[in-house]
Structure formats: structure tokens, C-alpha cells
Design a protein around this ligand. Structure first.
Ligand SMILES: [Zn+2]
Ligand SMILES: [Zn+2]
Length: 366
């Protein structure tokens, strides 16, 4: 079949809308008609070439849609059902899956950077030449063939654009605050970066009963939104941020600091915001190959904990429905995160708005 998709042919080039060939789903694969796809910064690392990925590729890893057809052996979903998409499909049986850490699943870890599905091949092509899938999803497309393990039913009626966000920003950000670490009631929290992920960290921290929640960003609009979502203070990012965070947290620094940008310099600054004995959680995805100077001498003397957090340490089958239910119960006002929606043809404008700091989340709707 054919599908219209936003294709990235080379780094530093705009996305181009093309009509691609899409093969039917193979064994344990599902054809999904996309309804919404979030505009996330991780895709942009491919557009800039910071993340190496085979090209041409269809990006988009935060999607929701309706199951259109299923391949052989698919048992968990059937045509007509709505799903949110998990960008880290897991096998269910490796060491990490068996230990409740599916985001670390060994089955897809290598393949994810090859732009293919679980059998090592892509389903998309143009003029007979392969087109690669980002994160086995490729959601910037009207239709996508994805692994069955990527399809998660939410169990409650959820608007497609919200369901899409559950697939990345919500699971990563809320998951960081409720899964990766245990935030005791009354704890102080600082969040560096108030985009889609940082906003969701704020929501998760509030759910856990955090006391002071300080958000740091450059964009006024995002700081305003963070306050609406429950942050107690919003600071403009700058060299003074660690000092100001200490002032707001009894002179010590925050109990938990979340870096939600994925920039080495911000990760380094984030460490200065943690109180002795506190925890730094690295949530933002820094481009592959970059490195961060975190001073061991200080980590030791202050007994700091530095935690990586990939995909909110989430178990999609458990957490996607849980987050959707919290949304339905009014505990996660996720609708506030959607700043704007775009048509697929407006994807370059959507990324321009993201880079200009105008969006908590922009969502492509189909
Ligand atoms: Zn994402
Ligand atoms: Zn596994």
C-alpha cells in the first residue's frame, strides 16, 4: 500500500512529504493508521546529524492510532482498536524484561539505531529503495507497520493527541518522577528544562506530593505553563540557577534534580543544584557521542547519586494505561501540554516552533 509521510533525506535538510510504499505487516507486526504524532526533540537529533541513523528515514516516535490490520501471530490487538505506541518494543523474555526493566530490553537495543523492525528489515521504501523507521515506529506517516510489542491499549477513552503524548513525553517525564526515583511527600525538586518532558516531570513530582518544585527554562511561555502545572517557582535559566535553587531550598540544594534537556553543560550545572546526599536524574537524551564532565571528587564528598533514566524507567504495558487513567481521573492535566496541532504538511513549521521554544508539545494530527 501507499502512505504519505514526512521523510528526512539528509541532515540539515527540511522534511519532505513523499508518498512511500509500505509493505503489509509480517509476523507479530501491526499496521496502524496514525491519528496523532507528537513533535519531540529526539527526532531533531537525526535531522541535525547529531544522532547517526540510516537515511532516508521517517521519524516520529510518539504516536497513537487505530489498528488497521495485523500480521500472523498477533494476539494482543485487533483491527479497530486504538493504541498508543511504545518506541522501545521489548521481547518480554530477556534478562531485562524478566526483571521489570523492558526499556533496557536486549532484543531491540542494536536494531533501534539501524532503522529497522525486529526482523532486521524496514517495511517502507521509495522507488524500490529502503526508507528507514525511527524507533520501529515512523509515526510521521499516515500509516505505519510496527512491532506488536509497540502497541499498547490504554483501557480508557483517551483523545488521540493525549494518547500520543503518553507514548513518549508522559512516560518519560512522569515516569522519571514516579518510577525512576521515589520522591517522598514534601521533598524539594528542581527541573531543568520545561519542554514536554520537563513539564511531565513537574506533573509526576506533584502527584508524589513534592513540596518545593522549581523549574528552570529560557522560554517565558514554558515557565508560565510549568507554574500552571504545579511548579512553585519558575526561574530563567542562567549561570545563577544553582545559587537561586539553593536559596529556594533552605540553602542546601534540591533533594531531587531532573535534567530534562539533554545538553552536557546543563547536566553539569544540574549537579550543582543537588543538595549533599541528593539525587540527580538525567532524563533528557543527549546526542550520541557527547560526554559530560561530572566531578567525581564532588560526587564522593557530597554522597550524590546520579541516575540515568531511559523512557521513564517505564513498563509500557503497565504504565501507559496507568497514566491514561490518571489523566481521566484529572490527576494529570495532559491537555495543557498540547500547545498547538499541525497537519503533516506543516511538520517543518512545527519543528521551527519547537526550536524557537514556543511549544510544550506540538502534535501532528492526521
Ligand atoms: Zn520523544
Ligand atoms: Zn527483552
Amino acid at each position: 500500500m501507499k502512505t504519505r509521510a514526512a521523510v528526512l533525506f539528509a541532515p540539515h535538510e527540511p522534511f519532505r512529504i513523499e508518498t512511500l510504499d509500505l509493505q503489509p505487516p509480517k509476523s507479530r507486526e501491526v499496521l496502524v493508521k496514525l491519528q496523532a504524532a507528537g513533535v519531540c526533540h529526539s527526532d531533531w537529533h537525526i535531522a541535525t546529524g547529531d544522532t547517526k541513523h540510516p537515511l532516508p528515514a521517517v521519524c516520529g516516535h510518539e504516536g497513537s492510532g487505530i489498528v488497521e490490520a495485523v500480521g500472523e501471530g498477533v494476539a494482543s490487538v485487533k483491527p479497530g482498536e486504538r493504541v498508543a505506541l511504545n518506541w522501545a518494543p521489548n521481547c518480554g523474555s530477556c534478562f531485562y524484561c524478566a526483571h521489570g526493566r523492558p526499556a533496557l530490553c536486549e532484543a531491540y537495543r542494536g536494531l533501534i539505531w539501524q532503522g529497522v523492525l525486529m526482523d532486521g528489515t524496514p517495511r517502507l521504501s521509495l522507488g524500490g529503495k529502503p526508507v528507514y523507521h525511527y524507533c520501529a515506529l515512523a509515526c510521521f506517516s499516515e500509516y505505519a507497520v510496527v512491532p506488536e510489542a509497540s502497541c499498547v491499549k490504554l483501557g480508557v477513552e483517551t483523545e488521540p493527541r493525549i494518547a500520543a503524548l503518553v507514548g513518549c513525553a508522559v512516560s518519560t517525564g512522569v515516569g522519571a518522577a514516579v518510577n525512576t526515583v521515589e520522591i517522598p511527600a514534601g521533598a524539594s525538586v528542581a527541573v531543568l528544562g520545561a519542554g514536554g518532558i520537563g513539564s511531565c516531570v513537574v506533573l509526576g513530582a506533584r502527584l508524589r506530593g513534592a513540596g518545593t518544585v522549581v523549574v528552570v527554562d529560557r522560554a517565558k511561555e514554558k515557565m508560565k505553563l510549568a507554574l500552571e502545572l504545579g511548579a512553585t517557582h519558575a526561574l530563567e535559566a542562567g549561570p545563577e540557577s544553582p545559587r537561586r535553587i539553593r536559596e529556594l531550598t533552605g540553602g542546601r540544594g534540591a533533594d531531587f534534580v531532573f535534567e530534562a534537556v539533554g545538553v552536557p553543560a546543563v547536566q553539569e550545572q544540574a549537579l550543582e543544584c543537588v543538595r549533599p546526599g541528593g539525587t540527580l536524574v538525567l532524563v533528557g537524551l543527549a546526542p550520541m557521542g557527547t560526554s559530560t564532565q561530572l566531578p567525581g571528587a564532588i560526587i564522593t564528598r557530597r554522597e550524590l547519586t546520579v541516575r540515568g533514566c531511559y523512557y521513564g524507567t517505564c513498563e509500557p504495558a503497565r504504565d501507559f494505561p496507568r497514566f491514561a487513567r490518571w489523566h481521566a481521573e484529572g490527576k494529570l492535566p495532559l491537555e495543557k501540554l498540547v500547545t498547538r496541532t499541525y497537519a503533516l504538511d506543516e511538520i517543518n513549521a512545527a519543528y521551527a516552533d519547537l526550536l524557537a521554544g514556543k511549544l510544550a508539545r506540538g502534535v501532528i494530527v492526521f
